[in-house]
Write a protein that binds this ligand. Structure first.
Ligand code: MF3
Ligand code: CO
Ligand code: CO
Length: 252
């Protein structure tokens, strides 16, 4: 069941989303070669708690840290570690989800570490375009798939990239993962009609090879990687469907 949020709920989710975006911006400035992903986790945790909020990933289904940090061939759900040190040329996605006064905001972005290859930069640019073009399409009355899967998948394909199919966006706000499941590829299976007051994430994961499969790390139970070792990038926003279009809630 897709929750249509009340004005009061929207205001709460807007505040939480803004804090998530602020946290992500703060962490983005700390990214550089030599910094561990645990350092990002520690600073992110403190930033969120200092703003009277709770990091949603911590203890979520047993996730051990407060943010997700996913480097290079890690698609998502990377676990911060003292042993994982950023190095020049890496790309890193940081995913931040806050709970503020009970309301959830969810945002992520991929960043370069120092100077990166043209190929890695292109992957980041295209993945960001996937998200932005999708958001521009959103409007009440339209089919969710017409604005998400139908827009995102062709952009990835045109660049010889592939969209991760096993994970998707999700309704968000009252809890971490609500209906609907948001497919980032074109599927007639999903027939959600957009309505004013819906809040969900769009968060395409794009792999830098044409048919890239993914694999779950059996040891930590979380880290998802590309099977072929190709890089993967991701951008995520929490968006609200408004009367005339949409509003990105996870902005500064
Ligand atoms: N923030 C992720 C999302 O966009 C979910 C992370 S779940 C965690 O849906 F447990 F890994 F934190
Ligand atoms: Co999400
Ligand atoms: Co997220």
């Amino acid at each position: 069941m897709i929750i249509i949020k009340t004005l009061e709920q929207i205001e709460g989710i807007r505040k939480s989303s803004k804090l998530a975006a602020l946290t992500l911006e703060y962490l983005s400035k700390i990214i550089k070669a030599g910094v561990s992903t645990e350092k990002l986790n520690e600073l992110g945790h403190k930033f969120i708690v200092d703003h009277h909020s709770i990091p949603a990933p911590l203890n979520y289904s047993g996730f051990p840290k407060s943010i997700c940090t996913s480097i290079n061939n890690v698609v998502c759900h990377g676990i911060p570690s003292v042993d994982e040190i950023l190095k020049e040329g890496d790309i890193i996605n940081i995913d931040v989800t806050t709970i503020l006064n009970g309301y959830y905001g969810d945002v992520s972005a991929s960043f370069p570490v120092g100077k990166i290859s043209k190929e890695a930069q292109n992957l980041i640019n295209i993945t960001k375009k996937c998200l932005n073009d999708s958001i521009k399409c959103l409007k009440p009355g339209k089919l969710l798939n017409d604005c998400v899967g139908k827009i995102i998948e062709p952009i990835a394909k045109k660049n010889n990239y592939s969209i991760v199919r096993e994970l998707g966006g999700h309704g968000v706000g009252i809890s971490f993962h609500e209906d609907p499941f948001v497919y980032h590829f074109d599927t007639s299976q999903e027939k959600v009609v957009l309505k004013e007051g819906m809040i969900f994430t769009i968060e395409p994961m794009v792999n830098a090879s044409p048919n890239s499969k993914i694999t779950l790390d059996r040891n930590d139970g979380w880290t998802i990687r590309t099977l072929d070792g190709s890089n993967s990038a991701q951008f995520e926003h929490t968006v609200l469907i408004t009367k005339n279009g949409s509003e990105i809630l996870t902005t500064l």
